[in-house]
Unconditional design. Structure first.
Lengths: 171, 440
């Protein structure tokens, strides 16, 4: 099997980065990661990704569990410690709505955060070797993982589309 | 777009640079607020050792100023989520430079609000009795009580606000990490959880942040509604009213926005953020205060009207007593500061004058404190039976000390936050700039 390598291109301008993505697509070279200091819909669209990620399914799971657990907590505790007040059902219906709502929000948010961390594989205590600190500041970046034989071609495309720096790393 | 910022690097330089080297005034404020915290802690310690009798709480207004402070602080906590969640969903761009500070304000205000039930509890060490945990006698909190609703709502609000604040900060912490060296780099590296800003990260982050905002919006409305039900579900004249939930929510946002003005006007001066927190931003807050002030004014008119229109003599007597009884000057102070004073913001020269905005912000907060005072203490002091009427005369030095301590703790937390964490969202300010393109 051919040795794999990582090619990283650093860009100052978004339009040049987009033209690089376009050129790589035309050459049928897959892009591993695109870095940017701010979220840009142009990058997502160039990569053909839908707007919303799958974190929302985690949130939905949390919402369902929240309602169920809120209602069950109220009902279970009411059965354990019966607080009989004339004319009122010992297992409350309407008062259960409020704890259920708060639990819905609480568990949705906790699952939302968990989903974000799981999908992004965070926390990550060691940054990847190819990562460049400028990507969180004012530069854009493209990471392509390719066979060593293709490294030259990828570097050429990145340079030609305006990368201010291209680095090649063995993986 | 913020004034005079032309590039992403300039944004980093200004916001992060302000964190590293605040002006000397900053340290004076830190020292002053720390002294206030010590005063508050000493007063609380004295109350624990001596007993709750050192506060002026007595029958019938048993809740005194401690619950007034609680509701006031919860109210202040509301603007953060309004600005960061509701205005985010409405795509109001002026929120960009103030959202982070308002979120921090929310977190600190809820933390401090949460202290007041503990302070008022007297025996603070048995606070865990209110939590739903299995115990040998199968005793559980009564989930049909609005006080238990309140515990759940406030703790949910604190958790959600803190996570919302922190999640929004993660990309900024990574930016600081990548500019820092040595120990700072390690600390910010730890706090940023390994954020790298890849397209996958941004996509999941965008989804999660949007859902956060969508969930925080009903939460913020529910929290102060639940706080209002602490009163509205009690059969007390002046409390037992269906208007309480929207009335409290509007009042909470009113006081929260006023606190944003009172806090951000000095902040922009100390950190030299005049080009980011611009006059236009402050004017937008002022315009929102006009709206919340009008809602509060509407509630002030409707409450006595309904007392008269309902034909309920007890209710009518309560409202007559509010206006002309023992707490008349607190009542009229609240009306003037919360409902009349904000009308001045209709005048452009006033709402574009920074000293005027600062003073109005502080006065509305004083007015909102009096509103809670009048509602909580006034209603308890004058219930159905004249035999059990009785007034809460004034807060003792212990209660004053604890109030000063709570304010100082709030400012102390905020000052620490502004030194160690970015008070303005670096990412959102960058997003508001034109994207760098060569334009070939």
């Amino acid at each position: 099997m051919a040795e794999k390598m990582a090619v990283v291109g650093v860009y100052q301008y978004l339009d040049e980065l987009l033209s690089a993505l376009d050129a790589l697509k035309r050459e049928k070279i897959g892009v591993d990661t695109v870095y940017s200091p701010v979220p840009r819909h142009e990058i997502r669209e160039a990569l053909g990704l839908p707007e919303l990620g799958t974190v929302r399914f985690f949130t939905l799971t949390g919402a369902i569990l929240g309602i169920v657990s809120g209602v069950l907590l109220v009902w279970y505790t009411s059965m354990q410690w019966r607080f009989i007040v004339g004319g009122k059902p010992p297992i409350p219906i309407y008062p259960a709505v409020i704890p259920a709502f708060e639990f819905l929000i609480l568990l949705s948010v906790l699952f939302n955060v968990a989903g974000l961390l799981i999908k992004n594989r965070m926390p990550r205590w060691k940054l990847p070797a190819h990562f460049d600190g400028r990507f969180t500041r004012d530069r854009f970046g493209i990471l392509v993982r390719c066979p060593e034989a293709q490294g030259e071609t990828v570097s050429g495309i990145l340079m030609k589309t305006g990368a201010e720096e291209v680095r090649r790393l063995d993986e | 777009m913020p004034d005079q910022l032309s590039s992403y690097a300039a944004v980093d330089r200004q916001i992060i640079g302000a964190m590293w080297s605040p002006r000397r005034t900053y340290w004076y404020f830190v020292a002053l607020s720390f002294v206030g915290v010590l005063i508050g802690a000493a007063c609380w310690g004295y109350q624990i050792v001596t007993g709750l009798g050192v506060a002026n709480v007595t029958h019938p207004p048993m809740w005194g100023t401690y619950l007034t402070n609680f509701v006031w602080w919860v109210g202040i906590a509301h603007s953060g989520t309004l600005i960061s969640a509701i205005l985010f969903l409405f795509r109001a761009s002026w929120r960009t430079t103030i959202a982070r500070s308002a979120e921090a304000m929310t977190v600190f205000a809820v933390m401090i609000a949460g202290l007041f039930p503990l302070i008022h509890l007297g025996r603070v060490w048995v606070v865990y009795w209110i939590l739903p945990y299995p115990n040998q006698r199968n005793l559980w909190p009564n989930f049909q009580s609005p006080l238990v609703f309140d515990v759940i709502a406030i703790s949910t609000y604190l958790t959600v606000s803190t996570l919302f604040w922190y999640t929004g900060m993660v990309p900024d912490l990574a930016t600081i990490r990548d500019r820092a060296t040595g120990l700072k780099r390690r600390i910010y590296g730890f706090l940023s959880l390994g954020w790298v800003g890849s397209h996958k990260y941004w996509r999941h982050y965008g989804t999660a942040y949007l859902l956060f905002a969508a969930l925080a919006t009903p939460l913020v409305i529910s929290v102060h509604s639940v706080v209002s039900w602490d009163f509205a579900l009690g059969i007390v004249p002046g409390w037992h009213s269906t208007i309480f939930a929207p009335y409290f929510v509007a009042g909470a946002i009113h006081s929260g926005l006023a606190m944003v003005l009172a806090l951000l006007i000095p902040l922009r001066r100390i950190y030299g953020f005049e080009n980011l927190i611009t006059l236009r931003v402050l004017e937008q807050i002022a315009k929102t205060i006009i709206l919340t002030g009008l809602i509060v004014a509407y509630a002030y008119v409707v409450e006595p009207f309904m007392a008269w229109y309902s034909g309920n003599l007890v209710e009518l007597d309560q409202f007559m007593w509010r206006g002309y009884g023992y707490y008349w000057w607190e009542y009229w102070t609240m009306v003037m500061l919360n409902a009349v004073l904000p009308l001045a913001l209709f005048v452009k020269t006033i709402r574009t004058s920074i000293p005027a905005l600062f003073i109005i912000g502080i006065l509305i907060n004083i007015g909102m404190w009096f509103e809670r005072y009048v509602i909580i203490i006034g209603s308890q002091a004058h219930e159905y039976d004249p035999y059990s009427w009785g007034v809460y005369k004034y807060p003792t030095w212990v209660e004053f000390g604890i109030l000063i301590g709570s304010l100082s703790l709030f400012f102390f937390f905020f000052l620490l936050f502004s030194k160690f964490l970015p008070t303005i969202s670096i990412t959102e300010v960058k997003e508001s700039l034109p994207v760098p393109v060569r334009g070939k």
